[in-house]
Design a protein around this ligand. Structure first.
Ligand code: BGC
Length: 557
């Protein structure tokens, strides 16, 4: 820490301080991918000052909270998910004082702040890994197989492609479920637990309102680290319990963290939360992460992966609601993030579908996560030249090596790495810096350039270009978030399906009926009320409503 910091700024107080109905139950949380949001110093990389300066934009957009992706000291082997010092801000992104300033400004604006915590692995530059003795206790080292230990200890594959083991100069091997620069921690060692609890307290003392827990399903490995006996393991992630993911043992860690979060919140009159990034094979197994004594929320990737098809959407929504209801937790909804193809592109390159999917998501009960730039309708960038790419998966599993890996699996999104419709399934294309204003790159992203090139035709997609245009995607998001705030019960209230023609979904929420036409053509139905908001122009003649293809409409009833 370079500077003495004063006491944390108060989080927004209403509603939901202390225990009782939690603010997170229906919160709309906006993901700021820090390096691509706003750059204050002209190095082409977004930073905390840049993000702080743009917070009024997020307040005006109408979100409740901001989730900041890792800005900690890191060699950036995996966009900062390789942390070398969990209590320091990387100079790329600013200083600890900048983090403190950002949290204060957010709170002054009535926005809560969630930060990432990365407990499954550290950077290989972390002091623990650098120390030959400590590292043997705090990471997962094993002797190799074969006559002279020349083979990896088991057949596990890295999520980014290639073996999950790297051999050291000493001849043994260490486990890394992600890049070799991200060694997995040994959670059988109590010192690891103690350290992460201390890290959480450090950031809570600085005023954060919660943590997004990276790879929350990964910390515990099956005893004996058994072989899987199946190649292409990336395709099994999220489809079945693996010896390295979704092991029952992770829940004890989440229980301990819930005790910490509740205890801290009670002592300070705050509600601080944990959000699991967990890939579980079923909605029921995902719900285990949000039992009353575990984390508050878990990302619902089943919804993100659902095809644009009414029956599939309905069954995912039903399964998600039923599973979380069984443990009393709110459901979360998410369509895009920094690991998957932006939903405009994923849903068939159709902005109409993306807008409809968003209105559907924001009408569902529970909390919703937005990923920066989706409110502008940004598409995935799919023509990045190889020399600018930075996703480690690209270098380990894709065309760079020719080996099979997550990038070749375009049908599913194992651990968020791959998804249909992007540039070979890799993740740089959803991380291109935001366009704020102007006709030319960097579109006011900052005073310099941008770390990934922005398309030349984004001038019409900038915040400035869309502001005030009622037909723009930005104004659609603003209107939806405004209505969501003003309609009591729209967040965490009941939902009932209503009759609808094939290909159409209809459901009621308190004061509202939502229709979604997933077909590519207009559908007529008896007008259920007065249109409040629609993702595409809806017409009502006499008593008949005409829903445009790929549209969602909120009706006042
Ligand atoms: C993060 C990814 C990251 C991986 C390893 C994921 O869940 O969202 O961006 O590469 O964890 O930390």
């Amino acid at each position: 820490m370079t500077q003495e910091l004063t006491s944390p700024s108060p989080a927004p107080q209403a509603p939901g301080t202390g225990r009782g109905p939690g603010w997170w139950r229906d919160a709309v949380i906006y993901q700021v991918y820090v390096r691509s949001f706003a750059d204050s110093d002209g190095d082409g990389i977004g930073d905390l000052r840049g993000a702080r300066e743009r917070l009024p934009y997020l307040k005006d957009l109408g979100v409740d909270a901001v989730w900041l992706t890792p800005f900690y000291a890191s060699p950036q082997a995996d966009g900062g998910y390789d942390v070398a010092d969990y209590r320091a801000v990387d100079p790329l992104f600013g200083t600890l004082q900048d983090a403190d300033d950002l949290i204060r400004t957010a709170h002054d604006l009535g926005l809560r702040v969630i930060v990432d915590i990365v407990p499954n692995h550290t950077s290989d530059r972390h002091p623990w890994f650098q120390d030959p003795e400590l590292s043997r206790q705090r990471y997962l080292f094993r002797p190799g197989k074969g006559e002279s230990g020349e083979l990896p200890p088991n057949d596990w594959e890295s999520v980014f492609g290639g073996p999950a083991w790297t051999r050291t100069d000493r001849g043994d091997w260490y486990l890394h479920l992600f890049a070799p620069e991200q060694p997995d921690l040994n959670w059988d060692n109590p010192e690891v637990h103690t350290e992460f609890e201390a890290i959480m307290r450090f950031w809570l003392d600085l005023g954060v309102d919660g943590f997004r827990v990276d790879v929350a399903h990964g910390m515990i490995k099956a005893p004996g680290l058994p072989d899987i006996g199946h190649g292409a393991q990336a395709q099994l992630i999220g489809a079945q319990v693996l010896p390295f993911f979704d092991q029952d043992g992770v829940h004890a860690i989440h229980r301990a963290w819930r005790r910490l979060l509740d205890g801290y919140g009670d002592a300070h009159g705050r509600q601080v939360i944990g959000v699991a990034e967990a890939w579980a094979p079923t909605a029921e197994r995902l719900a285990l992460y949000v039992r009353p004594d575990e984390l508050h929320q878990a990302f619902n990737f089943q919804f993100l992966n659902a095809p644009w098809q009414s029956d599939a959407l309905r069954s995912v929504i039903d399964a998600s609601l039923a599973a979380t209801a069984s443990v009393g937790a709110p459901t979360t909804w998410v369509l895009s993030n920094h690991d998957v193809v932006r939903h405009t592109t994923r849903l068939g390159g159709s902005l109409a579908r993306a807008r409809a999917a968003t209105l559907l998501m924001l009408a569902l009960p529970g909390s919703a996560y937005l990923y920066q730039g989706e409110e502008l309708g940004l598409p995935e960038v799919t023509d990045l030249p190889d020399e600018v790419r930075q996703d480690p998966a690209f270098f380990r599993g894709g065309r760079a090596t020719g080996a099979a890996g997550p990038g070749t699996d375009t049908e599913s999104a194992p651990d968020g790495v791959a998804a249909a419709g992007g540039q070979d399934g890799f993740r740089d294309g959803c991380r291109v810096p935001l366009p704020w204003s102007g006709e030319l790159p960097p579109y006011d992203f900052g005073p310099g350039g941008s770390w990934l090139p922005q398309p030349a035709d984004w001038g019409g997609l900038t915040v400035a270009a869309q502001t005030g245009d009622p037909a723009s995607t930005l104004e659609l998001y603003r209107a939806a978030l405004d209505l969501r705030r003003r309609l009591p019960g729209l967040g965490d209230g009941p939902m009932t399906w209503a009759p609808a023609p094939d290909g159409v979904l209809a459901f009621t929420r308190p004061g509202l009926l939502c229709t979604v036409n997933t077909l590519g053509h207009d559908v007529e139905l008896p007008a259920p009320g007065t249109p409040l908001l629609s993702s595409a122009p809806v017409t009502v003649d006499d008593a008949t409503g005409r829903l445009p293809g790929d549209s969602c409409t909120w009706w006042a009833i």
